[in-house]
Design a protein around this ligand. Structure first.
Ligand SMILES: [Fe+2]
Length: 399
């Protein structure tokens, strides 16, 4: 029997062979960062083409093994977001973003009929107004499943530049009973201008005091605030961080249940802190943070612990996960499709220019997130009951 590292090496060699066999003899993959166990750049795959079931299985396997996979040069300007949405459906059922609707709050409260934002209020239209004739959103940006991550709305050549700090370390939608499994970006524009003094896009702008709990340890805060300054998405590898813990600590964590909820007044439900990937058996820490989005999402509570005990326990884990050896800052390039596992990573949005007066500072990316089981054949076969319970706003891709 091989050691776990030799088994892993064999699995990775097999993945490389399947990549060539199923896509193209010239397809290959490279580490996103040679110092990290997480992350792979996959060359020679054209995501404009539909995947056959064997190719879809390989995609899921690649993400299961590497936690972040990035596909460069996806054919700008001919890429359409329908291609990304089709790809997303293999990983899970797309979860549309409430901000794409005109009346999501009223829909939730009183069952009002759900309406999409009128065309002139859609993020896509606001983006197109910023630098007309220069930057225009690609086709498919109007899909309810697409969340536009950008600094274009409200920007323009006569506007004043504004800066925004990074956010909390978090996992996307970890607070629902079926959490998001996967998120993905397609990148259209990345900033190319540089701030003069230190050669980065933005200065190291920090959030106001009180962003994190005042009793947070100094070392933990310095790790939290150590964010990239060129518009990169910051990631941390919660699978390797778990793997490196002493066996005793792993056993203790495996027994730990966390109460998750959206609002403090919600009863919430218990979920395991350690996620076990059902396909590989690989374990990872699922969102090991106490308060992931300040006041927007209620802090979690460990079953049987007080609020302070929970915070101290999770702060220690967050400090472990945010060590440099588990961190990877992904520098986006136009044409990239980048996919990450929400079960095996934490991430953070970087400090940005949130309003810009030059198209060189534009950051324009499209995110689709999904949940549930992978599907190697499309269309997916999610039942009406499952969709009603887990996909809100209600949505199914037209594929
Ligand atoms: Fe996020």
């Amino acid at each position: 029997m091989g050691t776990s590292s030799s088994i892993l090496k064999n699995q990775k060699e097999t993945l490389e062979a399947r990549l060539k066999e199923l896509f193209d003899e010239k397809a290959y993959s490279t580490a996103l960062d040679k110092d990290q166990r997480m992350g792979r750049r996959i060359h020679g795959v054209d995501l404009k083409k539909p995947l056959n079931p064997e190719q879809a299985i390989l995609m899921i396997d690649l993400l299961d093994h590497y936690s972040i996979i990035s596909f460069p040069e996806q054919g700008q300007p001919t890429f359409e977001l329908g291609f990304l949405e089709r790809l997303a459906n293999h990983f899970g059922a797309p979860l549309p973003h409430p901000k794409n609707y005109a009346n999501y709050v009223e829909f939730k409260k009183s069952g009002e009929e759900l309406k999409l934002l009128p065309k002139d209020k859609q993020t896509r239209s606001l983006c197109d107004k910023a630098f007309p004739g220069n930057i225009k959103c690609i086709d498919g940006a109007e899909s309810p499943a697409v969340y536009v991550v950008t600094n274009l709305p409200g920007s323009g050549k006569n506007e004043e530049e504004q800066l925004a700090s990074g956010l909390h370390w978090h996992t996307d939608i970890e607070f629902e009973p079926v959490p998001l499994s996967t998120s993905m970006f397609y990148v259209q524009c990345v900033p190319i201008s540089r701030e003069h003094q230190n050669g980065t896009w933005v200065p190291d702008v920090r959030p106001a005091d009180g962003f994190y709990h005042p009793d947070s340890n100094k070392d933990l805060n310095s790790r939290r605030f150590d964010l990239p300054l060129n518009g990169e998405t910051a990631y941390a590898d919660t699978a390797s961080a778990f793997e490196d813990l002493p066996k005793e600590k792993q056993k203790e964590l495996e027994k730990t249940q966390v109460r998750r909820r959206l609002r403090v007044s919600d009863a919430g439900w218990l979920t395991p802190l350690v996620y076990r990937n059902p396909r590989t058996g690989r374990q990872s820490l699922h969102s090991p943070v106490w308060a992931s989005r300040g006041k927007n999402v209620a802090p979690v509570q460990i079953d049987g612990f007080s609020e302070t005990q929970t915070r101290e326990y999770l702060d220690e884990l967050e400090a472990h996960v945010l060590q440099q050896k588990y961190r990877y800052d992904h520098l986006h390039q136009p044409g990239d499709v980048t996919i990450w596992s929400n079960f095996a990573t934490l991430h953070n949005a970087p400090p940005v220019k949130s309003k810009i007066c030059s198209p060189e500072d534009a950051r324009l990316m499209y995110r689709i997130s999904c949940k549930g089981e992978p599907s190697y054949h499309l269309p997916r076969k999610d039942t009406d009951e499952w969709l009603a319970a887990n996909i809100s706003p209600p949505y199914q891709s037209n594929i």
